[in-house]
Design a binder for this molecule. Structure first.
Ligand code: AMP
Ligand code: TRP
Length: 342
């Protein structure tokens, strides 16, 4: 029988993001990428990828998908994902993803898939429901299980997908023998790192739902950032205080400042006591520009050198395939498919 999951290496962490907009935003950075970068320095072997197969669940112009996929990869690197250390790759470069995805679909009940809230929400919002959208969580389970990922850092919205992944790994092991697939632990990123829309601070900043003025894109110029922050919706009081219930706009600005500057929210409240919202906004704009400007420069450098980005993605694909092929050989053996013929 093919080997068990390796126990000699560091625990693997894996995460991915879909290339569904022309640029990631500051919420993706604070809520996800900053954590990926932090985890990279801990005792893990990290795998980070652009989920461009998942992006096919939403009909997209091919040229647009191609561009967004490269921008997303460049933005991961600009945010600090170090391709020397982390395997950084495109999902479409590792064909074991859809291959194991099919196996996962064959292990999932129709009723079970129908209960996924994200699928139901998207359909309720009028998104055209192709079979790919229905099978989205099974492909995501494959993404994770292929790498024997011990931890999967994602936002709260992905919790149900992780639960399905765990169920599928358990089911696989029960049916085909223990040690087949590693059951991953959820690693849900803090809700406090949830960044809200600048024009409507009661809803999440979202690349697909927020208006441009509500989003701080990681590709925005300094001028645009300042303009957006200065016109962020606040409230009719004047006190700078963290209170997400009654002061969601001001609280959001404090969260953004604190996440990017490292200064504690209580300290910011103290420092801004007696000062108006205008001063808070001006400082938040400075802090955001301080982070985004070098980020944007690195991103533009990468996008201006397509050969270098291709070289990085090829190296990442190579590393990912090595692990994915080993797992897939084990899976084929367990479920009764012959080894892949040359
Ligand atoms: P999405 O673009 O919604 O697929 O999200 C990609 C990643 O960024 C996920 O891990 C999300 O949890 C995270 N994320 C997206 N929007 C926000 C936000 N407004 N605040 C914090 N994290 C976010
Ligand atoms: N579904 C995730 C999102 O929308 C993206 C994703 C796809 C993912 N496959 C994954 C995240 C595997 C973590 C692990 O954010």
């Amino acid at each position: 029988m093919a080997g068990m999951p390796s126990t000699t290496t560091l625990p693997r962490i894996l995460s991915g993001m879909q290339p569904t907009s022309d640029s990631l935003h500051i919420g993706n950075h604070i809520g996800a990428l900053a954590n990926w970068v932090k985890l990279q320095d801990e005792a893990f072997e990290p795998y980070y990828f652009v989920a461009n197969l998942h992006a096919l669940t939403v009909p997209t112009d091919p040229a647009v998908l191609r561009r967004r996929t490269r921008v997303t990869a460049a933005q991961f690197i600009a945010a600090g994902v170090d391709p020397q250390h982390s395997a950084l790759f495109l999902q479409s470069d590792v064909m074991e993803h859809p291959e194991l995805g099919w196996v996962m679909m064959c292990l999932t009940g129709h009723g079970e898939a129908s209960r996924m809230t994200q699928f139901k929400d998207k359909v309720a919002k009028g998104q055209n429901a192709n079979v790919g959208l229905f099978a989205y969580p099974m492909l995501m389970a494959a993404d994770i299980l292929l790498y024997d990922a011990a931890y999967v850092p994602v936002g709260e919205d992905q919790r149900q997908h992780l639960e399905v992944t765990r169920d599928l790994a358990d089911r696989f092991n029960q049916r085909f023998g223990e040690g087949g697939l590693l059951v991953p632990e959820p690693y849900i990123l803090k809700e406090s790192a949830r960044i809200m829309d600048l024009t409507d601070p009661t809803s999440k900043m979202s690349g697909t739902n927020s208006p441009d003025k509500g989003l701080i894109l990681l590709s925005d110029t300094d001028t645009r950032i300042r303009k957006k922050v200065m016109s962020a919706v606040t409230d009719t009081e004047s006190e700078v205080r963290y209170d997400p219930e009654t002061k969601p706009g001001v609280s959001n600005l404090l969260v953004i400042h604190s996440a990017l500057s490292g200064e504690r929210i209580e300290e910011l409240e103290r420092r801004f006591a007696g000062h108006g919202y205008g001063e808070l906004k001006a400082e938040v704009a400075d802090v955001v520009v301080g982070v985004v400007a070098p980020f944007r420069a690195r991103m533009e450098e990468l996008l201006g050198d397509p050969a270098e980005l291709d070289r990085i993605l090829s190296a990442g694909a190579h590393r990912a395939r090595e692990v994915a092929a080993t797992t897939m050989a084990r899976v084929r053996d367990r479920i009764g498919l012959p080894a892949l013929r040359g």
